[in-house]
Ligand binder design. Structure first.
Ligand SMILES: N[C@@H](CCC(=O)N[C@@H](CS)C(=O)NCC(=O)O)C(=O)O
Length: 223
């Protein structure tokens, strides 16, 4: 199996974590995603994944699977142990709710293509992009915290074993913290993230910093 990957990508990190939890061997193919001429926008990669995004998984049978949730559900079917979706239907639904909240309602509003598009709007500058990012991050993380708080306390998001919810939560939490937010403001979320940090499959596959020298951005939820 081959994973079209980028080490800074939080969406690809979800898939790396799932592969590591399941101990599945694979080859990583790094695709550049930063800058106007990034590799993900070139015809070579677009002929692989017409969306030009990472992750994408090429199976041993030659099928390409795009979208991290679809990839992870495929892996869970083909490599069922350990399962990333609980036996209980309510817990499975909760896990998918958290995964989609993070993928569709937080992360989807933040990646390089969104930033580039926003910066192309006359009068919209980098401070506005920062405020935009914080708005969606804080709104989304507040909702994750409230959903976690509404349930029976368990070691991880949807039970006492890591699930799809945790695979999506961890990279988003790491990037949110790196951007300058204190995870302690979300007590249930930060307790779960602390447990996840102790698991090598999570710790070793977190997204790396896009720009390690960058100072944290002031938290500003104004857009
Ligand atoms: N919904 C997609 C999101 C994929 C995505 O946005 N990946 C980012 C990296 S985290 C990317 O490839 N960005 C390139 C760009 O924005 O141009 C998934 O879950 O796989």
């Amino acid at each position: 199996m081959k994973l079209y990957d980028n080490e800074i990508s939080s969406a690809a990190s979800r898939v790396r974590i799932a592969l590591a939890l399941k101990n599945v061997p694979y080859e990583k193919l790094q695709i550049g995603i930063l800058g106007p001429d990034a590799e993900n926008r070139q015809s070579g990669y677009l002929s692989v994944n017409p969306q030009g995004l990472v992750p994408a998984l090429l199976t041993d049978q030659g099928s390409l699977i795009t979208q991290s949730l679809a990839i992870i559900e495929y892996l869970d079917e083909v490599y069922p142990k350990p399962s990333l979706l609980s036996e209980n239907a309510e817990d499975r639904a909760f896990s998918r709710s958290i995964a989609l909240l993070i993928a569709a309602e937080i992360h989807a509003l933040l990646p390089p293509r969104i930033r580039a598009r926003l910066l192309g709007i006359p009068g919209f500058g980098t401070a506005d992009v920062t405020a935009w990012n914080w708005h969606w991050i804080l709104e989304g993380m507040n909702a994750v915290e409230a959903l976690l708080a509404s349930r029976k306390q368990t070691r991880f998001s949807a039970g006492d074993n890591p699930s799809v919810a945790d695979v999506f939560l961890f990279p988003q939490a790491i990037n949110t913290e790196r951007a300058g937010a204190d995870l302690a403001q979300w007590p249930h979320l930060s307790r779960i993230v602390s447990s996840l940090r102790t698991i090598p499959a999570f710790a070793e596959n977190a997204p790396v910093a896009a720009n390690p020298a960058a100072a944290p951005q002031p938290v500003a939820a104004t857009v």
